[in-house]
Design a protein around this ligand. Structure first.
Ligand code: AGP
Length: 363
């Protein structure tokens, strides 16, 4: 086990740091940055020709990637929704032979997600597994497979698999939209050009991150809130999940616009608010962050340097400028680092948090 961690104290930090490589593996051969086109080695366009709607089913971090994917699919012009796999049996949207159900699961063994996949097959849907594990149950049982190629992830807290899932789903959205509706509203040439830059942008971010000092500064606060809009919303949920999972501190993620509909009652000078800016309707998110700042909450802005949010914020986690469809991925890496350092300062069992397992094989 020690050998596997190399120079790192924890697998989690190793896996966060591996993201330039894991992302490069994920994208290799799957897009053409010059022609701005997606080319998968699987999932031929015919697979999606008769699809009217897409339902993504997943749990935990994979669910947040599924939410990310659903937003990109809708922006591409496809009717799409993400649903918690454990809610699938009781509240799935209508599913028939014109539905594509995508099971998003790192391990490919999550019982809840396999349950959704099987229910979708029984209802006549086309099924697709987006997974990291070749030969996993999800990969074997689904009609189609897309592997995220993130490499083995040992830490219970999912990190590099989230970025790889979100990238695969972003590229897949264009493929599905083009095949099923005849066109995609995504600016895929711009996206592909920036997908090409992602490994080096993540490297830059990792080398200059202020995450450790942010974690140190807010150590011991009463609760931590994460807010974001659009693609920043699943990133906020994921930031909060990671934080609570490994620090055992109270953390919640909210859609930025929802803060004023209830959660604002929780905001005090003892509750740092981490505001994620992904380049879409940022002025509204800034107003939401201001509402929290007015109640005395310290604001941690996750945004590029030079962004208007930097002057409002007490602390800044910088992300490189990139296409708004991809900036949430970079924000997630900063949030993974903050959680890691916060948990490390508290001396938590980072790779094996209490009560949790890497793969949950019971319903
Ligand atoms: C993430 O940090 C968690 N360990 C957990 O939420 C996980 O993402 C979830 O159990 C789903 O796992 P899967 O991707 O293997 O299906």
């Amino acid at each position: 086990e020690e050998t596997g961690k190399g120079e790192f104290d924890h697998y989690m930090l190793k896996e966060i740091t591996e993201q330039p490589t894991s992302i490069a593996q994920t994208i290799e051969g799957r897009y053409d940055p010059r022609r701005g086109s997606v080319s998968f080695d699987a999932c031929e366009p015919e697979t999606f020709a008769d699809i009217d709607r897409v339902v993504l089913a997943a749990c935990g971090t994979s669910y947040h990637a599924a939410l990310y994917g659903a937003i990109v699919l809708r922006r591409a012009g496809v009717d799409a929704d993400a649903i918690l796999a454990n809610e699938f049996g009781v509240s799935a949207p209508p599913i028939d032979d014109r539905t594509l159900v995508v099971a998003v699961t790192q391990s490919g063994e999550t019982a809840d997600t396999l349950g959704a996949l099987r229910a979708a097959s029984r209802a006549g849907a086309t099924t697709l597994a987006v997974t990291n594990v070749i030969g996993s149950s999800a990969a074997r049982e689904a009609d189609e497979q897309l592997f995220i190629r993130a490499g083995p992830e040992i830490g219970v807290a999912a990190t590099k698999t989230f970025s790889s899932q979100a990238i695969v789903l972003t590229l897949l959205a264009d493929r599905i939209a083009t095949a099923s509706t005849g066109s995609s509203s995504l600016p895929i040439d711009d996206i592909c050009a920036d997908v090409d830059r992602l490994p080096s942008l993540v490297e830059t971010l990792l080398n200059g991150s202020a995450a450790e000092s942010v974690a140190r500064r807010y150590r011991g606060e009463r609760a931590f809130f994460f807010i974001g809009r659009g693609l920043g919303y699943p990133v906020a949920l994921e930031g909060a999940l990671k934080f609570k999972e490994i620090t055992y501190e109270h953390a919640e993620g909210f859609a930025a616009g929802e803060l004023k509909h209830g959660p604002l009652a929780l905001v005090t000078p003892e509750t740092p608010v981490v505001a994620i800016f992904t380049g879409t309707e940022d002025e509204k998110t800034l107003k939401n962050a201001e509402e929290a700042a007015t109640r005395g909450a310290p604001i941690v802005a996750v945004c590029p340097g030079g962004h208007d949010a930097v002057s409002l914020a007490d602390a800044h986690l910088s992300i490189p400028d990139v296409h708004p469809m991809l900036s949430g991925l970079l924000a997630t890496v900063q949030l993974q680092l903050v959680s890691y350092h916060a948990a490390n300062l508290l001396d938590r069992e980072i790779d094996k948090p209490r009560n949790l397992a890497k793969s949950v094989t019971v319903e």
